[in-house]
Design a protein around this ligand. Structure first.
Ligand code: 13P
Length: 300
């Protein structure tokens, strides 16, 4: 074990901390984490852990979700610059203006949003439960923010009227149908597994569309021996660990999220040493955002 890993283990005990890592984190970060998962699983873990300190190895909205769900805990984000351009594509004023134009619509916000946007929404969703969340609502019209590709994916599986926001994930957007077709031609036996943040023509052409957690589950259970993966490259680590006998190829070399790659072991050690940067959502925003997240977590 390296000195740095030993220091992290020691600090973790002293601080009564857990390290939660998203599936897109660097391999070494995933390896020292107490729990690795998708956005929904990270939220559930943060809501129930008994640890006093949560190190969120991910991006800011994930640390905010942890703070909203577990306000009594100290939430550390190892790099305060780790943001999400998709989450930044909507702010609370713009959402309020749009809501006023659709007074009969329910507002569903993707978990990739700032806390105040969650506070202005009726319910939150992640890529693993977006269809179930939309189906659970009595309203016929749904203002779905901010990912237009996830909105279009959800619209395929419900008879609701989905009004999308014009935001998108720069990383998933890079995967093109041409790349998918070329990869299929090169690996005709492979199954294509993609994230719903990919373009609609890509999700339509895939064999399976799901969250990072759902992709991991699908790959474990599938009898196929080869897979073409349409989500951030960090997921390859778990895919390969879980399925040493199977082969995984990325659909596009562009599938790298620079924000997810900001977290390093050095920054994790530093944040546990210095107990900062802390992410704490102010109480007025938190209590409103909590309702949207709590409603989502009530849906299995
Ligand atoms: P998952 O919920 O599928 O892990 O996705 C998180 C994310 O931020 C995708 O860009």
């Amino acid at each position: 074990m390296s000195e740095l890993v030993q220091e992290i283990e020691k600090l973790k005990k002293e601080r009564q901390a857990v390290i939660l890592a998203h599936n897109y984190q660097q391999d070494a970060v995933q390896d020292i984490a107490d729990f690795v998962g998708d956005s929904l699983a990270l939220s559930r873990y943060a809501a129930t852990t008994r640890a006093k300190v949560v190190v969120l190895a991910g991006v800011r909205f994930m640390a905010e979700s942890a703070s909203i769900l577990a306000p009594e805990k100290i939430i550390l984000l190892p790099d305060s610059q780790a943001g999400c351009p998709l989450a930044d594509s909507i702010d609370v004023e713009a959402l309020r203006e749009t809501k006023a134009r659709y007074p009969d619509a329910a507002v569903v916000c993707y978990v990739n949003t700032a806390a105040d946007v969650k506070g202005e929404s009726d319910i939150c969703c992640t890529s693993s439960n977006a269809v179930a969340v939309v189906q659970s609502l009595p309203q016929r019209r749904i203002l779905f923010v901010p990912d237009r590709n996830l909105a279009s994916f959800v619209a395929r599986f419900t008879d609701k009227e989905i009004i999308p926001w014009d935001g998108g994930c720069l990383t998933h957007y890079r995967v093109t149908l041409e790349e998918l077709e070329r990869a299929r031609a090169a690996h005709p036996e492979a199954e294509v597994l993609v994230h719903p943040e990919c373009r609609p023509e890509v999700t339509r052409a895939a064999d399976f569309v799901g969250s990072t957690g759902a992709i991991l589950k699908y790959a474990r259970e599938s009898r196929a021996k080869e897979f073409l993966i349409g989500t951030e490259m960090g997921i390859l680590h778990r895919l390969q660990l879980d399925n040493p006998e199977k082969k995984f190829y990325l659909l596009s070399p562009g599938l790298v999220c620079p924000n997810m790659k900001l977290t390093t072991l050095e920054k994790i050690a530093r944040c546990l040493r210095e107990m900062q940067p802390v992410v704490q959502v102010p109480e007025t925003t938190r209590s409103r955002a909590y309702r949207a997240l709590e409603r989502m977590l009530a849906i299995r």
